[in-house]
Design a protein around this ligand. Structure first.
Ligand SMILES: *Cc1c(COP(=O)(O)O)cnc(C)c1O
Length: 248
């Protein structure tokens, strides 16, 4: 993996990311963070945006993230946003000191596994390792096959366990992936609305200040920001269409 990029490629990426960043800033009054989703894109693309000041990058595949994190600058704030199996939590927790947040926690088992392995790294005084942020992925569509924690008791219990029993992770907030149909419908997005309501409910119930709301991708980030997103995850509008994910 080379970190060298052409001026032409860098100029394209910078033009794309700048216009999105400005749009998000104007819609949110500067309150929404932009995570550049670089999955299946070369490390050199990330380096090009890093070199003009971008630090938040999102990846979906554990092994790809580990390999990129190894060679890219150590002050990048990595977001893991992919589907997560419990047995991969260990790899995430122990290989990436600058893992900023895991956004796809949806079971107590995964939260505990991530926490336990991170704790081992911290207790062993492994250089660079500290707490990891976690967001709970919520199934806001009600679709059976969609991953994510169910709103209601299941969500509240997961939050409780993270707050009370997982001291090597920091609870940042909630994340959802809008379903295609709802994201491309007219007007207010009911899934984003539900996530925003759940955030308020949890802030009150657990007396938490300002939880994060990670919602909005290339197709629906404007609407997500209008509905209170504090972190949008944008990939293809910055980096272009992705190659097929063979091998994952
Ligand atoms: C791939 C992905 C994104 C970015 O999607 P784009 O439509 O390319 O912007 C955002 N969030 C998650 C969870 C993803 O898997």
């Amino acid at each position: 993996m080379s970190l060298e990029y052409t001026t032409e490629r860098a100029n394209d990426l910078i033009a794309n990311v700048t216009s999105i960043k400005e749009e998000v800033a104007s819609l949110s009054g500067g309150k929404t963070n932009l995570v550049c989703v670089s999955k299946l894109k070369p490390a050199s693309d990330i380096q090009a945006l890093y070199d003009v000041g971008y630090r938040h990058f999102g990846e979906n595949y554990v092994q790809e993230l580990i390999e990129k994190a190894k060679i890219l600058p150590k002050d990048i704030k990595w977001h893991f946003i992919g589907g997560l199996q419990t047995n991969k939590c260990k790899d995430l927790a122990k290989n990436i000191p600058n893992l900023y947040a895991v956004e796809t926690i949806d079971t107590i088992k995964k939260a505990k596994k991530l926490n336990d392995v991170r704790k081992q790294m911290i207790d062993a005084k492994t250089p660079g390792f500290g707490n990891v942020g976690v967001l709970i992925q919520v199934n806001t569509s009600g679709e059976e096959q969609k991953s994510g924690c169910e709103p209601g008791e299941e969500l509240d219990e997961l939050v409780r366990v993270i707050l009370e029993e997982c001291h090597s992770v920091d609870f940042h907030g909630l994340m959802t992936i809008g379903s295609y149909a709802v994201s491309h419908g007219e007007g207010e997005n009911q899934e984003f609305k539900l996530l925003a309501e759940l955030k308020e409910h949890l802030e009150q119930k657990f007396n938490l200040p300002n939880l994060q709301l990670s919602m909005g991708m290339s197709g629906d980030y404007q609407q997500a920001v209008r509905q209170g997103s504090t972190s949008v995850r944008v990939g293809s509008s910055i980096f272009g269409v992705r190659p097929p994910n063979n091998g994952h």
